[in-house]
Design a protein around this ligand. Structure first.
Ligand SMILES: [Zn+2]
Length: 411
């Protein structure tokens, strides 16, 4: 714990100022059934006096509440402390090329309200940020919460991002988005502190909060694919917050040519636009689809999945190619990093999930086994459809709670 951390942290408007407060708050959050002051002192290494003072401040600030009294063998029963769910709120925005999702979470991570809208086709980012600010105001009204308790807005965007300037640089799947200063724009429009991170990082953060473990891969399946990583209990971001670009991992020697110059890249075989294109060309879909119309591609992707489920062999072949590619990449990443678990999620997970059958997952696990000392768990998201937006809001909560200097200084 260096002196620089609390000082820098205190400078951030809207977030909890004191490092020791953060330590206490995080310990209370981690104790599902509440924790006493004595246990807090033992867990944090802070003196009993310091704990008493900080707890008093946190109760006065409405962040924790005194709950039941737990009897002990001798002496006065101990009062258990819990988080006050309504002590603070965080807003999350997930900017996906197909859908924009907005959520409000309370301090314990429950979703109070959510809104979804189809991403406007107009490539003017100024209009999009103005629209997003208006949606955020709508969401605050819908949740009927006090604005003064909103600790900030988290934005999850496709990479690459410039974390220092709060800029979405040039995401391959968002036409018209070049160097958009989204953090500043949303901050100006809402008057709230804003934090920007990559969509896959946000999703991994949400899964970590929901108990996915300390060493796992969040395999993001959206308009693009991506890897969110939690290693040793911390969300891994890489040097510039842009880790997780896995689209050019080669998974099929005979696959489609990729703009990168190779063939059979994961990103090409699992991209909805290319899957729909391939299905139209091979008879998996029996009508032409305007591949530049995102909504039409989304609809066609669901139809393709339905036809594959109904036994159309050309449709099955497209879905099968996607699943094999995704599982091969997941296997390699899990082995590279010695992970316990792979979690699948993202905007297209619901459509794809039925094709990740037990048999196919078992093949992955059998391939993994001889190269590892432990089994590999494979599951779908614990967070659900809104994982990107919930993750974005969780990033804000994570700032409130995290005692990791790297997280504290990230905004
Ligand atoms: Zn490629």
């Amino acid at each position: 714990m260096t002196a620089a951390v609390p000082a820098r942290r205190a400078a951030r408007q809207g977030l909890i100022a004191d490092f020791n407060q953060t330590v206490i708050l995080d310990a209370v959050r981690r104790s599902a059934d509440g924790i006493s002051r004595v246990e807090l002192a033992a867990a944090t290494g802070l003196s009993a006096q310091a704990v008493t003072n900080i707890v008093r401040q946190l109760i006065a600030g409405d962040l924790i509440t005194e709950g039941r009294r737990a009897p002990i063998a001798r002496g006065k029963p101990r009062t258990m402390l819990n988080l006050n769910p309504d002590g603070q709120y965080a807003i999350g925005v997930h900017l996906d090329p197909a859908v924009i999702t907005y959520v409000i979470l309370n301090l314990v991570g429950e979703t109070l309200a959510h809104v979804r809208q189809i991403t406007p086709g107009d490539p003017d980012p100024t209009k999009l940020t103005a629209g997003a600010a208006a949606q955020i105001e709508k969401l605050i009204k819908k949740a009927e919460i006090s604005r003064s308790k909103i600790v900030g807005v988290g934005i999850a965007a496709p990479g690459p991002i410039d974390i220092d300037r709060g800029v979405v640089i040039d995401p391959p799947n968002l036409a018209g988005w070049q160097s958009v200063p989204i953090r500043h724009a949303i901050g100006e429009a809402t008057g709230l502190p804003v934090l920007l991170d990559k969509d896959v990082t946000a999703a991994a953060t949400a899964e970590k909060w929901h108990g996915a473990g300390d060493d796992f891969l969040f395999f993001y399946l959206g308009t693009g694919v991506g890897a969110g990583l939690v290693l040793g209990g911390e969300v891994f971001r890489g040097r510039t917050h842009n880790s997780g670009q896995i689209g050019n991992i080669i998974v099929d020697n005979d696959g489609l040519p990729c703009p990168c110059g190779y063939r059979g890249c994961l990103g090409e075989g699992s991209q909805p636009r290319r899957m729909v294109h391939q299905a139209v060309a091979t008879g998996g879909l029996d009508r032409a689809v305007d591949l530049d119309d995102r909504r039409a591609v989304e609809t066609a992707l669901v139809e393709l999945a339905d036809r594959a489920a109904a036994g159309n062999s050309a449709a099955e072949k497209v879905m099968d190619g996607m699943v094999r590619g995704v599982l091969k990449a997941a296997e390699d990443i899990a082995l590279l990093l010695d992970l316990d678990r792979v979690v699948f999620g993202g905007p297209h997970w619901n459509t794809f999930a039925p094709f990740f059958t037990e048999e196919r997952v078992a093949v992955l696990q059998r391939r993994h086994q001889p190269q590892s000392t432990h089994p590999l768990e494979v599951s779908g998201t614990l967070t659900g459809d809104d994982v990107g937006a919930v993750g974005a809001a969780t990033l804000v909560l994570d700032h409130t709670f995290s005692t990791n200097p790297a997280v504290l200084l990230a905004s």
